[in-house]
Structure formats: C-alpha cells, structure tokens
Design a protein around this ligand. Structure first.
Ligand SMILES: NC(=O)c1ccc[n+]([C@@H]2O[C@H](COP(=O)([O-])OP(=O)(O)OC[C@H]3O[C@@H](n4cnc5c(N)ncnc54)[C@H](OP(=O)(O)O)[C@@H]3O)[C@@H](O)[C@H]2O)c1
Length: 301
C-alpha cells in the first residue's frame, strides 16, 4: 500500500521543497493548511499533485480525521511560540489521535542538545516543544542540519562580499556546518518514509572554518580575503544583550539579536559534532559551499 505522508507548513520555503522531494517518491502527499492560508499557495500545491486539506487548525479532531493511516507527519512550520509550541502541539496531538506512526518536528537547525537554555530564543521554543513531543506516544525524529547554506548569500553576515572579509567572532578554526535547503528537504523526505529512524539525525552538506572561508573565497574570486574579527564571544554576547534591550522587536521571528544568537551558537564551540547521517540514504548528492557559491552565480569577481 502507498505510504501517506502528511506535511504541515507545506506552503513555506522548506515545506515546499520537502513536498517536491516527497512527490518524487512513490507516496501520497497530504498538506494540511490553515483557513487563512493564501489560496494561490494552495492551488500551486494541488497542481503538483498534493492533496490539500484546509481545516480549522485549532481543532485537533479536524486535523486528525485527515491523518488516518498516515505513516509520518512532517512539520515545517515557522514562527514564534504560538506556532512552534502551540500550533505544532495541536498537530502533534492530532497525529497521536490518528495513530500516525512518526513525527518529524520543525527543528532543521544546528544541534541544540548541548547549547545553553535561555541563550537562543528560537531554539528554546523548539526545546520546549520537545518536552511535549518526548512524552507523546509517537516516534519522533529531529533533523539537525546547521544553518541553511542558502543564508550565506542572503541574511547571514559571514561572507562580507563587498569588503572581502569573513566576519569571525571567536576562533577562526571553529568548524561551522552548512546544508542547502534542497539537501535538507531531500533528506527529510527520505527520513519521512523510512520505517526506523532514531530520535536524532544529523547532516551537514559541508563543514568549514572561518579560515577555510578565507581560502575558498580568495580562490574563487582571485581577490585576497581576510578575517574580520571585531572581538570574541564575550563582546558578541554583550552586543546581543544591548541590541535586545534597546531594540527588542520580540514579535519578529528574526530580529537582529536573534541572528546574532545563532551566530554566537555557531562560533562559541558548544555544538558537538558527532556522527553524521549523510550516508543513510544513498541517492543524495550533497552540495558543498564551493558548489553552492559557484551555482548561485554570486558576484565573485
Ligand atoms: N537552519 C537554518 O538556517 C534555518 C533557516 C530558516 C528556517 N529554518 C527552519 O526551517 C523550518 C521552516 O522554515 P521556513 O523558513 O521554510 O518557513 P516559512 O517559509 O516561513 O513557512 C512557514 C510555514 O508555516 C506555516 N505556518 C506558520 N504559522 C502557522 C500556524 N500558526 N499554523 C499553521 N501553519 C503555520 C505557514 O503557513 P501559511 O502559508 O498558512 O502562512 C508556512 O507554511 C523552521 O523550523 C525554521 O526555523 C532553519
């Protein structure tokens, strides 16, 4: 019998890519969307062959009746507490009620199991959700993938292309992991149809230090890149506190200080780089940072 995979957050960036990766497999893909979801996004999913179910997502039974016989519920929700904890918990309760076998929470982050509680707001929401998840009678698998590689050319101030600098707080030999959203989606889709996944899976498309970035960018651009180190982790922590105090923007998902909390977590050296699961599914071709930058055609010259 064809496996049924329920995706929540299917209209989002990562969710849409997970849907595409699932559609390439022999499974039925169901997307549960909320009443206010943009109709155009619903139609796009339907045109691809997704069975879209629009329900009042505040009611567990409305969701659960559409999850009967599902093999896995994949969450790719994004938001603050009311989404990552409250809304995701309703989806989780619905999956349990419908006896769905497995649940993949919307984590897709750096491995936060060794990071300090209270230092990264968005990761703390995930940790709080895990308290519910780990008590629920359903198998759960978190996917840790480091920062999305795509951020290197968008929101993440690590490669300062104009200044020809690599922004480094702390140790320039600290390893940083990156995975493209495309690879995260492929791996998540494979994990969703896998019958026997562990509680945590860890992947990294590539691993580089700030010094490696200097060398790579210098080679790719034939210009001399250098490390730009405004200070250590202590200064970064101070700046995070100051910016959060003077410009809290607590209702935003990614205010400046939140981005800096992610950066601090990467560079502080508390993330434990343990066994990677990249080889678990043999058909995935991992994109390196070099391939990504070349393919993106960022202005390297
Ligand atoms: N590691 C990294 O560097 C990195 C970077 C970015 C994101 N992420 C993670 O990747 C995951 C997906 O993020 P994304 O950027 O792809 O998200 P996104 O594009 O913003 O999409 C968010 C999705 O969540 C749905 N949603 C939001 N609030 C909801 C609610 N209250 N109830 C039901 N659905 C709700 C949205 O549905 P509607 O269409 O109805 O609004 C949409 O489908 C998140 O866990 C995020 O933290 C990781």
């Amino acid at each position: 019998m064809m496996k049924i995979i329920v995706v929540v957050g299917a209209t989002g960036n990562l969710g849409g890519k997970i849907v595409n990766a699932l559609l390439a497999k022999n499974v039925e893909v169901r997307a549960i969307v909320r009443l206010e979801t943009d109709i155009k996004k619903i139609q796009e999913l339907e045109q691809k062959g997704v069975k879209v179910i629009q329900v009042d997502t505040s009611i567990v039974s409305e969701i659960s009746k559409n999850c009967i016989r599902a093999h896995c519920m994949v969450s790719a929700l994004a938001g603050l507490k009311e989404t990552v904890i409250d809304a995701q918990k309703i989806f989780l309760d619905a999956a349990v009620e419908a006896k769905v076998q497995r649940f993949i929470p919307s984590d897709y982050s750096s491995d936060f199991t060794n990071l300090r509680v209270g230092e990264n707001r968005n990761l703390d929401f995930r940790r709080e959700f895990h308290k519910h998840l780990d008590k629920a009678s359903i198998k759960a698998t978190t996917i840790f993938n480091g920062p999305f590689m795509d951020l290197l050319t968008t929101d993440m101030p690590l490669i300062l292309f104009k200044q020809k600098r690599i922004l480094c707080w702390g140790n320039a030999n600290q390893i940083l992991e990156f995975t493209t959203t495309y690879n995260v989606a492929e791996f998540t889709a494979a994990a969703a149809i896998d019958d026997d996944t562990p509680r945590y899976l860890r992947i990294a498309g590539d691993k580089l230090t700030c010094n490696d970035f200097v060398q790579l960018l210098s080679e790719l651009t034939t210009k001399k890149y250098k490390i730009f180190r405004p200070g250590g982790i202590g200064l970064l922590n101070f700046l995070i506190k100051m910016i959060r105090f003077f410009s809290p923007s607590e209702n935003e998902l990614y205010p400046a200080w939140q981005g800096m909390q992610y950066m601090r977590d990467l560079m502080e050296g508390r993330i434990i780089f343990q066994k990677y699961d990249n080889d678990r599914y043999s058909n995935i071709k991992w994109t390196s940072v070099e391939e990504y930058l070349v393919n993106e055609k960022v202005n390297l010259k």
